[in-house]
Write a protein that binds this ligand. Structure first.
Ligand SMILES: [Zn+2]
Length: 242
Protein backbone atom coordinates (compact mmCIF):
# COMPACT_ATOMS: atom_id res chain seq x y z
CA UNK A 1 0.00 0.00 0.00
CA UNK A 2 2.76 2.42 1.00
CA UNK A 3 4.72 1.39 -2.10
CA UNK A 4 1.70 2.23 -4.25
CA UNK A 5 1.20 5.61 -2.56
CA UNK A 6 4.86 6.62 -2.88
CA UNK A 7 4.83 5.64 -6.58
CA UNK A 8 1.63 7.61 -7.11
CA UNK A 9 3.17 10.69 -5.47
CA UNK A 10 6.15 10.21 -7.82
CA UNK A 11 3.77 10.16 -10.79
CA UNK A 12 2.16 13.43 -9.65
CA UNK A 13 5.59 14.93 -8.98
CA UNK A 14 6.55 14.00 -12.56
CA UNK A 15 3.48 15.85 -13.75
CA UNK A 16 4.59 18.95 -11.81
CA UNK A 17 8.07 18.60 -13.34
CA UNK A 18 6.58 18.69 -16.84
CA UNK A 19 5.09 22.09 -16.08
CA UNK A 20 8.31 23.27 -14.41
CA UNK A 21 10.52 22.13 -17.33
CA UNK A 22 8.25 23.83 -19.83
CA UNK A 23 7.58 27.10 -18.03
CA UNK A 24 10.44 28.05 -15.68
CA UNK A 25 13.16 28.48 -18.38
CA UNK A 26 10.79 30.83 -20.23
CA UNK A 27 10.20 32.84 -17.07
CA UNK A 28 6.53 31.86 -16.88
CA UNK A 29 4.63 31.25 -13.66
CA UNK A 30 4.03 27.63 -12.64
CA UNK A 31 0.39 28.06 -11.62
CA UNK A 32 -0.84 30.74 -14.00
CA UNK A 33 -2.28 30.42 -16.56
CA UNK A 34 -3.74 27.03 -15.73
CA UNK A 35 -2.85 24.03 -17.90
CA UNK A 36 -3.64 24.53 -21.54
CA UNK A 37 -2.85 22.91 -24.87
CA UNK A 38 0.40 24.43 -26.19
CA UNK A 39 -1.04 24.45 -29.73
CA UNK A 40 -4.66 25.62 -29.50
CA UNK A 41 -4.27 27.25 -26.03
CA UNK A 42 -7.58 25.69 -25.00
CA UNK A 43 -7.67 25.35 -21.18
CA UNK A 44 -7.71 21.71 -20.07
CA UNK A 45 -10.43 20.11 -17.97
CA UNK A 46 -9.32 18.42 -14.73
CA UNK A 47 -9.73 14.97 -16.26
CA UNK A 48 -7.30 15.92 -19.05
CA UNK A 49 -4.68 16.49 -16.38
CA UNK A 50 -4.44 13.12 -14.66
CA UNK A 51 -0.82 12.00 -14.94
CA UNK A 52 -0.21 9.25 -17.49
CA UNK A 53 -3.84 8.10 -17.66
CA UNK A 54 -5.09 11.19 -19.49
CA UNK A 55 -2.40 10.76 -22.10
CA UNK A 56 -3.38 7.11 -22.59
CA UNK A 57 -7.10 7.94 -22.52
CA UNK A 58 -6.68 10.74 -25.10
CA UNK A 59 -4.34 8.45 -27.10
CA UNK A 60 -1.67 11.16 -27.06
CA UNK A 61 -3.82 13.81 -28.75
CA UNK A 62 -5.31 17.12 -27.54
CA UNK A 63 -9.03 16.68 -26.79
CA UNK A 64 -9.85 19.94 -28.60
CA UNK A 65 -7.57 20.36 -31.61
CA UNK A 66 -6.31 16.74 -31.86
CA UNK A 67 -2.67 17.82 -32.15
CA UNK A 68 -0.31 15.13 -30.90
CA UNK A 69 0.82 15.65 -27.30
CA UNK A 70 4.55 15.19 -26.90
CA UNK A 71 5.63 11.79 -25.60
CA UNK A 72 7.81 13.76 -23.19
CA UNK A 73 4.84 14.26 -20.82
CA UNK A 74 3.98 10.63 -20.03
CA UNK A 75 7.69 9.66 -20.14
CA UNK A 76 8.67 12.19 -17.46
CA UNK A 77 5.65 11.24 -15.35
CA UNK A 78 6.69 7.61 -15.63
CA UNK A 79 10.31 8.46 -14.79
CA UNK A 80 9.13 10.42 -11.74
CA UNK A 81 7.14 7.39 -10.55
CA UNK A 82 10.08 5.07 -11.25
CA UNK A 83 12.52 7.27 -9.29
CA UNK A 84 10.23 7.32 -6.24
CA UNK A 85 9.63 3.56 -6.55
CA UNK A 86 13.35 2.66 -6.75
CA UNK A 87 14.15 4.96 -3.82
CA UNK A 88 11.38 3.49 -1.67
CA UNK A 89 12.60 -0.05 -2.37
CA UNK A 90 16.05 0.95 -1.09
CA UNK A 91 14.83 3.21 1.73
CA UNK A 92 11.54 1.82 3.05
CA UNK A 93 10.89 4.83 5.30
CA UNK A 94 8.10 6.88 3.73
CA UNK A 95 9.30 10.31 4.88
CA UNK A 96 12.89 9.75 3.79
CA UNK A 97 11.84 8.19 0.49
CA UNK A 98 9.58 11.16 -0.33
CA UNK A 99 12.33 13.63 0.56
CA UNK A 100 14.92 11.80 -1.58
CA UNK A 101 12.36 11.30 -4.34
CA UNK A 102 11.72 15.04 -4.48
CA UNK A 103 15.47 15.79 -4.60
CA UNK A 104 16.21 13.28 -7.38
CA UNK A 105 13.11 14.30 -9.35
CA UNK A 106 14.25 17.95 -9.16
CA UNK A 107 17.67 16.80 -10.41
CA UNK A 108 15.93 15.07 -13.33
CA UNK A 109 14.15 18.32 -14.23
CA UNK A 110 17.42 20.29 -13.89
CA UNK A 111 19.20 17.76 -16.14
CA UNK A 112 16.56 18.05 -18.86
CA UNK A 113 16.56 21.85 -18.67
CA UNK A 114 20.38 21.86 -18.80
CA UNK A 115 20.35 19.58 -21.86
CA UNK A 116 17.97 21.85 -23.70
CA UNK A 117 18.88 25.35 -22.54
CA UNK A 118 22.46 25.01 -21.18
CA UNK A 119 21.40 27.10 -18.21
CA UNK A 120 19.38 26.10 -15.20
CA UNK A 121 17.12 28.11 -12.90
CA UNK A 122 18.06 28.54 -9.21
CA UNK A 123 14.35 28.17 -8.43
CA UNK A 124 14.77 24.41 -8.85
CA UNK A 125 18.38 23.82 -7.74
CA UNK A 126 18.27 25.75 -4.45
CA UNK A 127 15.18 23.91 -3.09
CA UNK A 128 16.90 20.61 -3.96
CA UNK A 129 20.01 21.71 -2.02
CA UNK A 130 17.89 22.84 0.92
CA UNK A 131 16.00 19.51 1.03
CA UNK A 132 19.26 17.56 0.93
CA UNK A 133 20.22 18.90 4.40
CA UNK A 134 17.34 17.00 5.97
CA UNK A 135 18.00 13.48 4.69
CA UNK A 136 20.64 12.70 7.33
CA UNK A 137 21.94 14.80 10.18
CA UNK A 138 21.42 18.44 9.09
CA UNK A 139 24.67 19.70 10.63
CA UNK A 140 26.87 17.02 9.00
CA UNK A 141 25.03 17.37 5.67
CA UNK A 142 25.47 21.14 5.77
CA UNK A 143 29.19 20.81 6.50
CA UNK A 144 29.73 18.31 3.67
CA UNK A 145 27.69 20.47 1.28
CA UNK A 146 29.86 23.50 2.09
CA UNK A 147 33.02 21.43 1.65
CA UNK A 148 31.99 20.17 -1.78
CA UNK A 149 30.79 23.60 -2.91
CA UNK A 150 34.10 25.11 -1.80
CA UNK A 151 36.05 22.38 -3.56
CA UNK A 152 34.08 22.82 -6.77
CA UNK A 153 34.47 26.60 -6.68
CA UNK A 154 38.23 26.16 -6.37
CA UNK A 155 38.24 23.60 -9.19
CA UNK A 156 36.16 25.88 -11.39
CA UNK A 157 38.46 28.82 -10.71
CA UNK A 158 41.62 26.81 -11.47
CA UNK A 159 40.36 25.14 -14.65
CA UNK A 160 38.84 28.42 -15.89
CA UNK A 161 42.14 30.25 -15.45
CA UNK A 162 44.13 27.45 -17.14
CA UNK A 163 41.73 27.18 -20.10
CA UNK A 164 41.22 30.96 -20.17
CA UNK A 165 37.44 30.58 -20.40
CA UNK A 166 34.58 29.98 -18.02
CA UNK A 167 34.04 26.29 -17.34
CA UNK A 168 31.31 24.77 -15.16
CA UNK A 169 28.33 26.89 -14.24
CA UNK A 170 27.32 28.15 -10.83
CA UNK A 171 24.55 25.56 -10.92
CA UNK A 172 27.18 22.78 -11.00
CA UNK A 173 28.44 24.12 -7.67
CA UNK A 174 24.96 23.83 -6.14
CA UNK A 175 24.69 20.24 -7.45
CA UNK A 176 28.11 19.53 -5.87
CA UNK A 177 26.62 20.73 -2.57
CA UNK A 178 23.76 18.25 -2.93
CA UNK A 179 26.27 15.47 -3.67
CA UNK A 180 28.25 16.33 -0.51
CA UNK A 181 25.10 16.50 1.64
CA UNK A 182 23.66 13.19 0.44
CA UNK A 183 26.81 11.10 0.12
CA UNK A 184 29.46 12.49 2.46
CA UNK A 185 33.10 12.86 1.51
CA UNK A 186 34.19 9.37 0.42
CA UNK A 187 31.14 8.42 -1.65
CA UNK A 188 30.76 12.01 -2.84
CA UNK A 189 34.23 11.96 -4.42
CA UNK A 190 33.53 8.56 -6.03
CA UNK A 191 30.28 9.94 -7.40
CA UNK A 192 32.01 12.91 -9.08
CA UNK A 193 34.67 10.56 -10.47
CA UNK A 194 31.93 8.30 -11.88
CA UNK A 195 30.16 11.34 -13.40
CA UNK A 196 33.38 12.42 -15.11
CA UNK A 197 33.83 8.94 -16.63
CA UNK A 198 30.24 8.84 -17.93
CA UNK A 199 30.61 12.40 -19.29
CA UNK A 200 33.85 11.41 -21.05
CA UNK A 201 32.17 8.41 -22.70
CA UNK A 202 29.25 10.62 -23.80
CA UNK A 203 31.72 13.18 -25.11
CA UNK A 204 33.46 10.55 -27.25
CA UNK A 205 30.10 9.30 -28.57
CA UNK A 206 28.61 12.73 -29.36
CA UNK A 207 31.84 14.44 -30.48
CA UNK A 208 30.20 17.27 -32.32
CA UNK A 209 32.37 20.30 -32.94
CA UNK A 210 31.54 23.24 -30.74
CA UNK A 211 28.94 21.32 -28.79
CA UNK A 212 29.44 21.82 -25.10
CA UNK A 213 28.19 18.97 -22.99
CA UNK A 214 26.06 20.06 -20.06
CA UNK A 215 27.47 18.65 -16.83
CA UNK A 216 24.38 18.49 -14.61
CA UNK A 217 22.88 15.35 -16.22
CA UNK A 218 26.14 13.49 -15.56
CA UNK A 219 26.54 14.78 -12.00
CA UNK A 220 22.96 13.76 -11.27
CA UNK A 221 23.32 10.32 -12.85
CA UNK A 222 26.60 9.70 -11.00
CA UNK A 223 24.94 10.78 -7.75
CA UNK A 224 21.93 8.50 -8.27
CA UNK A 225 24.03 5.45 -9.17
CA UNK A 226 26.41 6.03 -6.23
CA UNK A 227 23.52 6.56 -3.81
CA UNK A 228 21.82 3.40 -5.06
CA UNK A 229 24.92 1.19 -4.84
CA UNK A 230 26.61 2.85 -1.85
CA UNK A 231 27.50 -0.38 -0.01
CA UNK A 232 28.86 -2.03 -3.18
CA UNK A 233 30.95 1.04 -4.05
CA UNK A 234 32.28 1.32 -0.48
CA UNK A 235 33.36 -2.34 -0.51
CA UNK A 236 35.10 -1.86 -3.87
CA UNK A 237 36.89 1.21 -2.44
CA UNK A 238 37.78 -0.90 0.60
CA UNK A 239 39.40 -3.52 -1.64
CA UNK A 240 41.39 -0.93 -3.57
CA UNK A 241 42.67 0.95 -0.50
CA UNK A 242 43.08 -2.02 1.81
ZN1 LIG B 1 -5.15 21.65 -28.58
Amino acid sequence: MELFLVTLIGLCFGSFLNVAILRIPKGESINFPSSHCPTCKHPLKWYHNIPLFSWLFLRGKCAFCHTSISLQYPLIELLGALIFLIIFIKTPLVNEALLLGAIFALLLALSLIDLRYKAVPDTLSLPALFLSFFVGSPLVSFQNALLFMGGFTLLRFSISSIMKKEVMGEADIIIAGIIGALLGIKLGCSSIYLSAIIALIAFVIVRKKGYELPFIPFLSLGLFITWLFDTEILSILGMIYA
